[in-house]
Design a protein around this ligand. Structure first.
Ligand code: SAM
Length: 268
Protein backbone atom coordinates (compact mmCIF):
# COMPACT_ATOMS: atom_id res chain seq x y z
CA UNK A 1 0.00 0.00 0.00
CA UNK A 2 1.22 3.47 -0.81
CA UNK A 3 1.88 6.22 1.69
CA UNK A 4 -1.86 6.81 1.94
CA UNK A 5 -3.42 7.26 5.35
CA UNK A 6 -6.88 6.24 4.17
CA UNK A 7 -5.49 3.00 2.72
CA UNK A 8 -3.55 2.27 5.90
CA UNK A 9 -6.71 2.81 7.96
CA UNK A 10 -8.62 0.44 5.65
CA UNK A 11 -5.97 -2.25 6.11
CA UNK A 12 -6.27 -1.88 9.89
CA UNK A 13 -10.08 -2.16 9.62
CA UNK A 14 -9.73 -5.38 7.60
CA UNK A 15 -7.40 -6.82 10.22
CA UNK A 16 -9.88 -5.92 12.95
CA UNK A 17 -12.79 -7.41 10.96
CA UNK A 18 -10.82 -10.63 10.44
CA UNK A 19 -9.99 -10.89 14.14
CA UNK A 20 -13.55 -10.30 15.27
CA UNK A 21 -15.02 -12.83 12.79
CA UNK A 22 -17.03 -10.33 10.74
CA UNK A 23 -19.57 -11.59 8.17
CA UNK A 24 -17.53 -13.02 5.22
CA UNK A 25 -19.43 -10.84 2.71
CA UNK A 26 -18.45 -7.68 4.61
CA UNK A 27 -14.85 -8.87 4.81
CA UNK A 28 -14.86 -9.62 1.07
CA UNK A 29 -16.18 -6.12 0.32
CA UNK A 30 -13.46 -4.57 2.49
CA UNK A 31 -10.76 -6.70 0.83
CA UNK A 32 -12.02 -5.70 -2.59
CA UNK A 33 -11.76 -1.97 -1.66
CA UNK A 34 -8.22 -2.53 -0.44
CA UNK A 35 -7.36 -4.43 -3.62
CA UNK A 36 -8.63 -1.46 -5.65
CA UNK A 37 -6.29 0.88 -3.77
CA UNK A 38 -3.32 -1.41 -4.39
CA UNK A 39 -4.11 -1.82 -8.09
CA UNK A 40 -4.51 1.94 -8.52
CA UNK A 41 -1.13 2.51 -6.86
CA UNK A 42 0.53 -0.17 -8.98
CA UNK A 43 -0.95 1.30 -12.17
CA UNK A 44 0.11 4.82 -11.14
CA UNK A 45 3.71 3.64 -10.93
CA UNK A 46 3.45 1.57 -14.12
CA UNK A 47 2.27 4.63 -16.03
CA UNK A 48 5.08 6.80 -14.60
CA UNK A 49 8.59 7.00 -16.04
CA UNK A 50 11.25 4.79 -14.53
CA UNK A 51 14.07 6.12 -12.40
CA UNK A 52 17.46 6.86 -13.91
CA UNK A 53 20.22 4.44 -12.87
CA UNK A 54 21.44 6.72 -10.09
CA UNK A 55 17.92 7.36 -8.75
CA UNK A 56 17.33 3.59 -8.72
CA UNK A 57 20.54 3.25 -6.69
CA UNK A 58 19.30 5.91 -4.27
CA UNK A 59 15.95 4.14 -3.92
CA UNK A 60 17.61 0.77 -3.26
CA UNK A 61 19.97 2.29 -0.68
CA UNK A 62 17.11 4.18 1.02
CA UNK A 63 15.18 0.96 1.59
CA UNK A 64 18.12 -1.29 2.52
CA UNK A 65 20.32 1.07 4.54
CA UNK A 66 20.75 0.13 8.19
CA UNK A 67 19.34 3.32 9.73
CA UNK A 68 19.32 1.81 13.22
CA UNK A 69 23.08 1.14 12.94
CA UNK A 70 23.69 4.70 11.70
CA UNK A 71 21.81 5.99 14.72
CA UNK A 72 23.62 3.67 17.14
CA UNK A 73 26.94 4.99 15.75
CA UNK A 74 25.78 8.54 16.47
CA UNK A 75 25.89 9.44 12.76
CA UNK A 76 22.26 10.59 12.51
CA UNK A 77 20.08 12.43 15.04
CA UNK A 78 17.23 9.89 14.93
CA UNK A 79 16.37 6.66 13.14
CA UNK A 80 15.27 7.62 9.63
CA UNK A 81 12.59 5.70 7.72
CA UNK A 82 12.59 4.87 3.99
CA UNK A 83 9.10 6.38 3.63
CA UNK A 84 10.70 9.80 4.19
CA UNK A 85 11.83 9.70 0.57
CA UNK A 86 9.70 11.48 -2.01
CA UNK A 87 9.94 8.30 -4.13
CA UNK A 88 9.61 7.66 -7.85
CA UNK A 89 6.12 9.09 -8.47
CA UNK A 90 6.78 12.40 -6.74
CA UNK A 91 10.35 12.53 -8.02
CA UNK A 92 9.13 12.28 -11.62
CA UNK A 93 6.39 14.82 -10.87
CA UNK A 94 9.02 17.28 -9.60
CA UNK A 95 11.22 16.59 -12.61
CA UNK A 96 8.32 17.31 -14.95
CA UNK A 97 7.51 20.59 -13.17
CA UNK A 98 11.15 21.71 -13.37
CA UNK A 99 11.06 21.20 -17.12
CA UNK A 100 7.65 22.93 -17.57
CA UNK A 101 8.78 25.90 -15.47
CA UNK A 102 12.13 25.99 -17.33
CA UNK A 103 13.60 26.47 -13.87
CA UNK A 104 17.28 27.27 -13.45
CA UNK A 105 17.50 27.70 -9.69
CA UNK A 106 15.75 25.52 -7.12
CA UNK A 107 15.67 25.59 -3.34
CA UNK A 108 14.91 22.31 -1.59
CA UNK A 109 14.38 22.12 2.16
CA UNK A 110 15.27 18.60 3.39
CA UNK A 111 17.70 16.50 1.33
CA UNK A 112 17.37 13.07 2.98
CA UNK A 113 18.77 10.56 0.44
CA UNK A 114 18.64 13.00 -2.47
CA UNK A 115 15.70 11.53 -4.41
CA UNK A 116 13.98 14.89 -4.87
CA UNK A 117 17.22 16.78 -5.46
CA UNK A 118 18.55 14.46 -8.16
CA UNK A 119 15.13 14.04 -9.82
CA UNK A 120 14.93 17.83 -10.20
CA UNK A 121 18.62 18.17 -11.14
CA UNK A 122 18.05 15.77 -14.05
CA UNK A 123 15.67 18.33 -15.63
CA UNK A 124 17.88 21.37 -14.99
CA UNK A 125 20.10 22.84 -17.69
CA UNK A 126 23.87 22.35 -17.31
CA UNK A 127 24.24 25.73 -15.57
CA UNK A 128 21.23 25.18 -13.26
CA UNK A 129 21.54 24.76 -9.51
CA UNK A 130 19.68 23.17 -6.62
CA UNK A 131 20.46 24.41 -3.16
CA UNK A 132 19.33 21.76 -0.69
CA UNK A 133 19.09 22.64 3.01
CA UNK A 134 19.82 19.80 5.42
CA UNK A 135 20.79 19.50 9.08
CA UNK A 136 22.39 16.04 8.93
CA UNK A 137 25.96 15.93 7.60
CA UNK A 138 25.95 12.12 7.26
CA UNK A 139 23.12 12.42 4.68
CA UNK A 140 25.11 14.97 2.69
CA UNK A 141 28.04 12.52 2.56
CA UNK A 142 25.84 9.55 1.64
CA UNK A 143 24.20 11.50 -1.19
CA UNK A 144 27.56 12.68 -2.52
CA UNK A 145 28.79 9.08 -2.54
CA UNK A 146 25.67 7.70 -4.26
CA UNK A 147 25.42 10.40 -6.92
CA UNK A 148 29.05 10.73 -7.99
CA UNK A 149 28.38 8.63 -11.11
CA UNK A 150 25.73 11.13 -12.33
CA UNK A 151 26.81 14.24 -14.23
CA UNK A 152 23.75 16.01 -12.76
CA UNK A 153 25.17 15.78 -9.22
CA UNK A 154 27.37 18.84 -9.78
CA UNK A 155 24.19 20.96 -9.86
CA UNK A 156 23.34 20.01 -6.25
CA UNK A 157 24.75 22.27 -3.52
CA UNK A 158 23.97 21.12 0.02
CA UNK A 159 23.91 23.78 2.76
CA UNK A 160 24.17 22.28 6.23
CA UNK A 161 22.25 23.87 9.08
CA UNK A 162 18.70 24.64 10.25
CA UNK A 163 16.57 25.63 7.27
CA UNK A 164 15.14 28.90 8.58
CA UNK A 165 18.56 30.28 9.50
CA UNK A 166 20.03 29.32 6.13
CA UNK A 167 16.99 30.71 4.29
CA UNK A 168 17.45 34.05 6.10
CA UNK A 169 21.05 34.16 4.85
CA UNK A 170 19.87 33.40 1.31
CA UNK A 171 17.34 36.26 1.49
CA UNK A 172 20.06 38.60 2.80
CA UNK A 173 22.35 37.56 -0.04
CA UNK A 174 19.56 38.36 -2.53
CA UNK A 175 19.34 34.77 -3.81
CA UNK A 176 16.16 33.86 -5.69
CA UNK A 177 14.70 30.54 -6.80
CA UNK A 178 12.31 29.53 -9.57
CA UNK A 179 11.03 26.59 -7.53
CA UNK A 180 11.05 26.17 -3.76
CA UNK A 181 10.32 22.65 -2.53
CA UNK A 182 9.52 22.48 1.20
CA UNK A 183 10.14 18.99 2.56
CA UNK A 184 11.92 19.44 5.90
CA UNK A 185 10.56 20.10 9.40
CA UNK A 186 6.80 20.70 9.12
CA UNK A 187 6.98 23.28 11.94
CA UNK A 188 9.04 25.51 9.62
CA UNK A 189 6.54 25.49 6.77
CA UNK A 190 4.60 28.68 7.63
CA UNK A 191 7.75 30.74 8.16
CA UNK A 192 9.43 29.48 4.99
CA UNK A 193 6.27 29.93 2.91
CA UNK A 194 6.05 33.56 4.06
CA UNK A 195 9.73 34.08 3.22
CA UNK A 196 9.15 32.65 -0.24
CA UNK A 197 6.55 35.28 -1.13
CA UNK A 198 7.01 38.25 1.21
CA UNK A 199 10.83 38.24 1.15
CA UNK A 200 10.89 37.35 -2.56
CA UNK A 201 13.01 34.23 -2.05
CA UNK A 202 10.79 32.90 -4.84
CA UNK A 203 11.53 34.62 -8.12
CA UNK A 204 8.88 36.29 -10.27
CA UNK A 205 6.83 33.56 -11.98
CA UNK A 206 8.15 31.00 -9.49
CA UNK A 207 6.36 28.06 -7.85
CA UNK A 208 6.29 26.99 -4.22
CA UNK A 209 5.75 23.27 -3.63
CA UNK A 210 4.91 22.05 -0.15
CA UNK A 211 5.32 18.33 0.48
CA UNK A 212 3.39 16.45 3.18
CA UNK A 213 0.71 19.12 2.97
CA UNK A 214 -1.75 16.53 4.35
CA UNK A 215 0.50 16.47 7.42
CA UNK A 216 0.05 12.67 7.60
CA UNK A 217 -3.72 13.19 7.74
CA UNK A 218 -3.61 15.89 10.45
CA UNK A 219 -4.69 18.45 7.84
CA UNK A 220 -8.16 16.90 7.56
CA UNK A 221 -8.52 14.76 10.72
CA UNK A 222 -8.50 16.14 14.29
CA UNK A 223 -4.93 15.71 15.58
CA UNK A 224 -2.27 17.40 17.70
CA UNK A 225 -0.65 18.60 14.45
CA UNK A 226 -3.82 20.01 12.85
CA UNK A 227 -2.77 23.56 13.79
CA UNK A 228 0.33 23.16 11.56
CA UNK A 229 -1.81 22.60 8.47
CA UNK A 230 -4.12 25.48 9.33
CA UNK A 231 -1.09 27.63 10.17
CA UNK A 232 0.33 27.04 6.70
CA UNK A 233 -2.92 28.08 4.99
CA UNK A 234 -3.20 31.14 7.28
CA UNK A 235 0.40 32.11 6.50
CA UNK A 236 -0.30 31.89 2.77
CA UNK A 237 -3.52 33.90 3.18
CA UNK A 238 -1.59 36.62 4.99
CA UNK A 239 1.05 37.04 2.26
CA UNK A 240 1.22 40.48 0.66
CA UNK A 241 0.47 39.23 -2.86
CA UNK A 242 -2.71 37.28 -3.62
CA UNK A 243 -1.84 33.64 -4.29
CA UNK A 244 -3.18 30.77 -6.34
CA UNK A 245 -3.14 27.34 -4.66
CA UNK A 246 -3.82 23.80 -5.77
CA UNK A 247 -3.65 20.74 -3.54
CA UNK A 248 -2.32 17.74 -5.42
CA UNK A 249 -3.41 14.56 -3.58
CA UNK A 250 -0.22 12.64 -4.32
CA UNK A 251 1.50 10.66 -1.54
CA UNK A 252 1.04 12.78 1.61
CA UNK A 253 -0.18 15.75 -0.45
CA UNK A 254 1.75 18.32 -2.46
CA UNK A 255 0.46 21.89 -2.25
CA UNK A 256 1.39 24.00 -5.27
CA UNK A 257 1.34 27.77 -4.76
CA UNK A 258 1.98 30.60 -7.23
CA UNK A 259 1.37 34.33 -7.26
CA UNK A 260 -2.10 34.97 -8.69
CA UNK A 261 -0.59 37.56 -11.06
CA UNK A 262 1.50 34.75 -12.63
CA UNK A 263 -1.55 32.52 -13.07
CA UNK A 264 -4.28 34.95 -14.15
CA UNK A 265 -2.37 37.03 -16.65
CA UNK A 266 -5.37 38.29 -18.63
CA UNK A 267 -6.78 40.91 -16.28
CA UNK A 268 -8.66 42.99 -18.87
C1 SAM B 1 11.14 14.06 4.30
S1 SAM B 1 12.88 14.18 4.33
C2 SAM B 1 13.27 14.94 2.79
C3 SAM B 1 13.03 14.06 1.59
C4 SAM B 1 13.65 14.56 0.30
N1 SAM B 1 13.29 15.94 0.01
C5 SAM B 1 13.27 13.69 -0.88
O1 SAM B 1 12.82 14.25 -1.90
O2 SAM B 1 13.41 12.48 -0.80
C6 SAM B 1 13.17 15.47 5.49
C7 SAM B 1 14.62 15.88 5.66
O3 SAM B 1 14.65 17.15 6.29
C8 SAM B 1 15.76 17.21 7.16
N2 SAM B 1 15.46 18.25 8.16
C9 SAM B 1 14.66 18.16 9.25
N3 SAM B 1 14.61 19.33 9.91
C10 SAM B 1 15.37 20.20 9.21
C11 SAM B 1 15.70 21.58 9.38
N4 SAM B 1 15.22 22.30 10.40
N5 SAM B 1 16.51 22.14 8.46
C12 SAM B 1 17.00 21.44 7.41
N6 SAM B 1 16.71 20.13 7.20
C13 SAM B 1 15.91 19.52 8.09
C14 SAM B 1 15.85 15.80 7.74
O4 SAM B 1 17.14 15.53 8.25
C15 SAM B 1 15.47 14.95 6.53
O5 SAM B 1 16.61 14.55 5.84
Amino acid sequence: MSFDRVGARLEAAIEEARRSGTDPDVLAALNSSCDMFKRRDAFTLKATSEHSKTLAKISHETYTHDWQWEHDQGNIPRVFYPRMTSGRLEGQFLKSLVSMQRAKRILEVGLFMGNGALSMAEALPADGEIVSLETCERLKNLVEEMTKSSHHAKKIRVELGPAIETAKKLVKAGEKFDIIFLDGDKKDYSTLAKMAFDDNLLSEGGTLLVDNAFFLGAAYMPSDDSHLAQGLLDALDSCKAPLHRVMVPMNDGVLMVRRMADVETDTA
